[in-house]
Design a protein around this ligand. Structure first.
Ligand SMILES: Nc1ncnc2c1ncn2[C@@H]1O[C@H](COP(=O)(O)OP(=O)(O)OP(=O)(O)O)[C@@H](O)[C@H]1O
Ligand SMILES: [Mg+2]
Length: 237
């Protein structure tokens, strides 16, 4: 199993607020890895630092062996690390298809882009049905599918997701998790931040638990699911 992303001693601050204090973890190529923890633990801040939207105060990030610490976000996207934004961040006044095309705007491989579009429509048939509709007219679940679809159009090597199931009805939550499993089977490495800890650990090969800016537990998803500390604090009894 080769390591795709290695984070060592990451620290990120907002002014004098230390949001991420000392975070180290690894993502294996081809695996889903879950990053879980209570509100304010530093999960989103960690993702923003990996995406290059926040600059680390300390620590290093290596992607496929290359030191990418502190690179600008467009440099990081160019290397294949793509984040599906929290709150979806789709463009509501553009159509579904236009949103998907935007995801591919840096690509020059026209045939590859067409393949990606077909795969996105396979994964989310509802997007194909609504291809000409304004994204703002989609339901919350459909908008989340579109946000994931748009990220896939960039042909990422690593997909970062910040709470993709947030605010969705239980059936849609299931559908999103099922889709992540399918995308992963295509070979894509995924870092999944989730409040829905049980579901996230179920589909993850490995998981890390964050508390107040530190990694406090690291193990396989299966072992974390039966860990008494995880059960007590994160699985709601
Ligand atoms: N823009 C900001 N300015 C100042 N402090 C911030 C900012 N964003 C987050 N923080 C603080 O940084 C810490 C980590 O926040 P972060 O959003 O990374 O946590 P999280 O684990 O994603 O939480 P949640 O589960 O609520 O999304 C918290 O103490 C939070 O209050
Ligand atoms: Mg968050």
């Amino acid at each position: 199993m080769s390591v795709l992303l290695q984070v060592q001693g990451l620290a990120v601050a907002y002014g004098h607020i230390d949001a991420v204090k000392e975070v180290s973890f690894e993502l294996n190529q081809g695996e889903i890895t879950a990053l879980v923890g209570a509100n304010g633990a530093g999960k989103s801040t960690t993702l923003l630092a990996l995406s290059g939207l926040l600059r680390p105060k300390a620590g290093t990030v290596h992607f496929d062996g290359e030191n990418i610490t502190g690179l600008a976000s467009h440099e990081i996207v160019r290397r294949g690390i793509v984040q599906v934004a929290e709150g979806r961040a789709i463009l509501t006044t553009l159509t579904v298809r236009e949103n998907l095309d935007l995801g591919a705007y840096t690509r020059r491989d026209g045939a590859g882009v067409a393949d990606s579009l077909e795969r996105v429509y396979d994964l989310f048939p509802v997007l194909k049905e609504r291809t000409r509709q304004y994204a703002g007219n989609l339901s919350g679940g459909e908008q989340q599918m579109l946000a994931i679809g748009r990220a896939l159009m960039a042909k990422p090597r690593l997909l970062l997701l910040d709470e993709p199931s947030m605010g969705l009805a239980p059936l849609l939550v299931q559908e999103i998790f099922r889709t992540l499993v399918q995308i992963n089977k295509d070979g894509l490495t995924i870092l999944l931040v989730e409040q829905n800890v049980r579901q996230a650990l179920k589909i993850s090969a490995h998981g890390y638990v964050l508390e107040t800016g530190h990694v406090v537990l690291a193990d396989t998803g299966a072992r974390l699911l039966v860990d008494p500390k995880v059960a007590e604090h994160y699985l709601g009894g």
